[in-house]
Design a protein around this ligand. Sequence first.
Ligand SMILES: N[C@@H](CCC(=O)N[C@@H](CS)C(=O)NCC(=O)O)C(=O)O
Length: 208
Amino acid sequence: MPNYTLYYFSGKGGGGKAEICRMLFVAGNQKYEDRRIEVNEWDTYKGQMPGSVLPILEIDSKVQIPQNMAIARYLAREFGYHGRNNIEQARVDYISDNFHEIHNDFIRFDYEKDPSKARELRHVYEETCRKVLPFMEDTLKMNYGGDGWFIGDKMLMCDMMCHSALENPLLHNNNLLKTFPKLESLRRRVKNQPELAEYFKRHKDIRI
Ligand SMILES: N[C@@H](CCC(=O)N[C@@H](CS)C(=O)NCC(=O)O)C(=O)O
């Protein structure tokens, strides 16, 4: 089995982008080092990271992969959470990317210091939610009326994305899914999967 190290920042927002990767390791029962970089260490590491950004997945101290969704897809393929064929994988990707879009737009507005830019970015984020959430609720309903997983009979990466990507937006507004009950229950099903339930219990203080 390869040696995996996942590098990401500690602190607020520190779990957000890398959290889907951690969930994939946990769900797949795979060992990895969860390396949290403190802000004051970043100058030392920055030059060693492709693209000078985190998250980075390092495999056997040889290969380094940047871009959180590329890392997540790689892990999903390795551990069996990316669907059984090319069509299923494309569906897993588009569903995951929709949730990623919400998370990305949320981070952009949440981190913006300039109040007028933050207002604009908040509007962009809210528009994204307005378009994506009903689409995702309807997509989920296409499989077992929305009472199972997005695709087939097994939790896949896109189901986990519904959990990880909406975590920060829900901390900001806990009514976000009020009118999307199927997505809300899906998040509970993901959280209650045995390995993940144990992980979330252990990480009550998780830095997201
Ligand atoms: N598109 C990349 C963006 C990565 C990114 O922007 N990472 C930020 C933290 S969320 C970063 O490393 N910032 C440090 C810097 O720019 O010095 C991804 O999704 O992985």
